[in-house]
Design a protein around this ligand. Structure first.
Ligand code: ASP
Length: 405
């Protein structure tokens, strides 16, 4: 039986178990936690090793600059398209218009406390601040505290510096990092054997904790997000995979199944990264040079699904509060959400925190996130699927355009 099939069985079994067992499902929560910890354990060494290798092995600064620019432009443009899809749908379908006062009051009362916590954790952060903080003052502190942006910045810089040294000086170091990288990839293969059980644990708990009645109240909002995410995959990625990646979009999506199901159940681009890298080289023949540069970057800085959801959420909250968003406001949302998706970590719930920064910038009441908290987890699972698919589509594009084998 293929690993994908086993993971899928784990997912379905988890949903069924969560529905039947109710709060008893919490007893299997540890299975999901073990899996997430195992897979997150490899992320820091993997991102560091692969980015140093990716950058150093691209050899010259010109090639690196070209690939870097392509990656950055691809990520920025697809993110802006994603938010535009979200904004357009939210403006046409007006999900916030359907919420009546009683539902609004109930949601606000239910989630006020948690909403305050989220707002506090984003407090005093402006978008500019977030960008400045990309530069770490101590890369070892970044590693120890899972500060992925700092780690990325340092690894890229170190990789660039290595290209300036004579090869006889760097060979030993690069071989060592290569071995670390290979060993970590093997570790991922081992950890993935546990994935079906881990996914079972994760899904049982999500289903058990997730109130269906909340989904019902917020069904219009959730649907707009689902439709937007689906459209982004069907239109944007399919076009990109076909025309830029020169592949059949349907077989692309088929080959992404394992990565997608993992993104869905873990709600984390970071946790999905090792498998996405493996998948891109194995199934799509993307050269390790490209995938080890494009994908670790993407897991942290490229979040189309998150940005799309933020567009819908901002308009939704504004609609519930009866605030009219001008065209300038909406353009500001595109700008801030594109920048915020760089700053958001690839972990569960990160998008909700950066959403508060966007709301603040536009002047929409931040406590409004209480309205959408109830369905955030399920939407997080879906938007993470889009985030990682976007990273893979970029790897295909860069690989095809560079023809690096
Ligand atoms: N969970 C998302 C990710 O890891 C980020 C978010 O939207 O919260 O890609």
């Amino acid at each position: 039986m293929k690993l994908y099939t086993k993971i899928f069985i784990g997912l379905v079994a988890g949903i069924v178990f969560g529905l039947i067992a109710g709060e008893y499902a919490l007893y299997v929560e540890f299975l999901g936690t073990i899996f997430i910890r195992l897979i997150t354990m490899v992320v820091v060494p993997l991102v560091m090793a692969s980015l140093i290798l990716g950058t150093a092995s691209l050899g010259n600064i010109k090639q690196l600059g070209r690939i870097g620019l392509k990656t950055f432009l691809y990520y920025t443009i697809t993110t802006a398209i994603a938010i535009s899809i979200g904004l357009t749908l939210a403006n046409i379908l007006k999900p916030g218009a359907g919420i009546d006062d009683t539902a609004k009051k109930a949601l606000m009362e239910n989630y006020e406390g948690v909403a305050k916590e989220k707002v506090m954790s984003a407090k005093d952060t402006s978008v500019v601040d977030m960008l400045v903080r990309i530069i770490p003052t101590n890369p070892f502190a970044s590693m120890a505290s899972n500060d992925m942006l700092g780690l990325i910045f340092f690894s890229l810089s170190l990789g660039v510096a290595l290209t300036y040294l004579p090869p006889e000086k760097t060979r030993g170091f690069i071989n060592g990092i290569q071995t670390l990288n290979d060993a970590v990839v093997e570790l991922v293969h081992l950890v993935m054997k546990f994935a079906p059980i881990g996914v079972f644990g994760l899904m049982s708990v999500v289903v058990a904790k997730f109130g269906v009645d909340i989904l019902y109240t917020l069904i219009q909002y959730s649907l707009v997000v689902f439709i937007g995410l689906a459209l982004h995959i069907i239109i944007t990625y399919s076009a990109s995979v076909k025309f830029l990646g020169k592949r059949n979009p349907i077989s692309f999506l088929k080959d992404m199944r394992e990565v997608m199901i993992l993104a869905f159940s873990t709600s984390s681009s970071n946790a999905t990264l090792p498998v996405n890298m493996d998948n891109c080289t194995e199934k799509f023949g993307v050269s390790p040079k490209i995938s080890s540069f494009v994908l670790p970057l993407g897991a942290t800085i490229n979040m189309d699904g998150t940005a799309l959801y933020q567009g819908v959420a901002a308009v939704f909250i504004a609609q519930v509060y009866g605030i009219d968003l001008t065209l300038t406001d909406q353009l500001m949302i595109i700008l801030t959400a594109t920048m915020a998706s760089v700053g958001a970590a690839g972990i569960p719930g990160a998008g909700l925190i950066t959403l508060t920064v966007i709301l603040q910038t536009i002047g929409i009441p931040v406590e409004g996130i209480a309205l959408i908290l109830g369905v955030d987890r399920i939407l997080d699972m879906c938007r993470t699927v889009v985030n990682v698919t976007g990273d893979a589509s970029c790897a295909l594009f860069v690989s095809e355009s560079e023809k690096v084998k």
